[in-house]
Design a protein around this ligand. Structure first.
Ligand code: AMP
Ligand code: MG
Length: 354
């Protein structure tokens, strides 16, 4: 246990570390904020039924208050008091995919504060598949509002160190359980419409959802390669600047060899102009770059490896004082859909197609 500024850091490796989790639960019950691990990214937890806690979450993150918070539960049955109606398709999805990286948007019950839902009449719910997350929610004894535990606009946190870098001194406690597993946030699926629609691609893939709902649709703003028009965005979070390191990011999309050739050309141009450039590459293409500053994010053969490391690599360029990140695009299949959604946003839609 240690303190960084006024934030207490505890290490919880196993869900049966009850004294520490009870302390975390007590903080939340008293209206405080605790960052906790999930299988996707670290969340910033507060009592979802307490509007003051929601206000504190928005303040700690510097998040606009119309960007709603996902509410986390430890058991599927706990959603009953939180939703006005449970469509049949939701029951099927919960049986198949919970606990897991799938957030479902329902019409909200009256007891859910509108400050938690960003003023919406809907509520987004998820049961995370991380033993420490579940034990933490149980120790709190209430549903937990938990957005990603980063400063608004920055890459989401996949380690407790990322949370510390952004939020130390702004929240009461961080539960450190090491690196998260999936690396990108949950898939947000609206089940108030028929057929259900993906509002944010994430850790549960479109292909997996199609096994249960063949007709599932994807909100076109989440997969487009130009900035979405604000009025058309249905997951309010998606209209804000997101996931960005301090460096400028450019995404280069196309076939791997074409991408590599373009990145070499751009890199050399930036260097000749006195800029510090860096390349976010994949295992398959890293050899093209020779002595140029390169970080490998993962392998194209397993896009899950890219998802796991994406946010950490984006943050590491800041530590290196890089001015420009030249990031390789990957195929928009499987977890590649979530990866490209995040990467294009990190780049502010500065995309070069080759
Ligand atoms: P984060 O909290 O950073 O994981 O982001 C949560 C995402 O879920 C944001 O894009 C929110 O806009 C979206 N979200 C949360 N609640 C709702 C809701 N009731 N309706 C639509 N989108 C939501
Ligand atoms: Mg977030």
């Amino acid at each position: 246990m240690q303190f960084v500024n006024s934030t207490k850091i505890i290490t919880v490796v196993k869900a049966d570390d009850l004294p520490q989790l009870k302390e975390a639960g007590a903080i939340v019950r008293q209206g405080g904020l605790v960052a906790f691990p999930t299988e996707t990214v670290y969340g910033l937890g507060g009592n979802a039924l307490d509007p003051e806690a929601a206000t504190k979450i928005y303040a700690a993150k510097g998040r606009p208050s119309d960007n709603p918070l996902i509410v986390h539960v430890a058991q599927p049955e706990e959603i009953e008091g939180l939703v006005a109606k449970i469509p049949a398709v939701a029951i099927e999805l919960i049986e198949r995919f919970w606990p897991g990286p799938l957030t479902l948007v329902f019409s909200a019950a009256a007891q859910v504060p509108r400050r938690t839902t960003g003023g919406l009449s809907t509520v987004a719910l998820r049961m995370p598949a991380h033993p420490v997350a579940l034990a933490f929610i149980e120790a709190c004894g209430c549903p937990i509002a938990g957005p990603s535990a980063n400063l608004s606009g920055r890459p989401s946190p996949t380690t407790a160190q990322h949370v510390m870098a952004d939020l130390a001194g702004r929240i009461d406690m961080i539960i450190d359980s090491g690196h998260t597993g999936v690396g990108v946030e949950s898939t947000v699926l609206d089940v108030t419409v028929s057929p259900p629609q993906i509002l944010r691609p994430g850790g549960l893939t479109l292909e997996q959802l199609r096994e249960v709902i063949p007709s599932v649709t994807v909100d076109p703003t989440t997969v487009q390669d130009t900035p979405p028009e604000i009025d058309l965005v249905r997951a309010p979070g998606m209209k804000y600047k997101h996931y960005a390191p301090k460096a400028e990011v450019l995404v280069i999309e196309g076939k791997p060899e074409g991408i590599a050739a373009k990145i070499c050309e751009l890199y050399d141009t930036y260097i000749s102009r006195g800029k510090k450039a860096a390349i976010m590459a994949t295992t398959e293409t890293a050899h093209y770059y020779g002595q140029r500053r390169t970080e490998i994010v993962g392998t194209r053969a397993d896009l899950g490896s890219v998802a796991v490391n994406l946010f950490d690599r984006l943050r590491c360029f800041d530590a290196q004082g890089v001015d420009v990140v030249l990031a390789e695009g990957v195929d928009m299949v499987g977890l590649g859909l979530a990866v490209m959604n995040r990467l294009r946003k990190a780049a502010g839609y500065r995309i070069i197609k080759v």
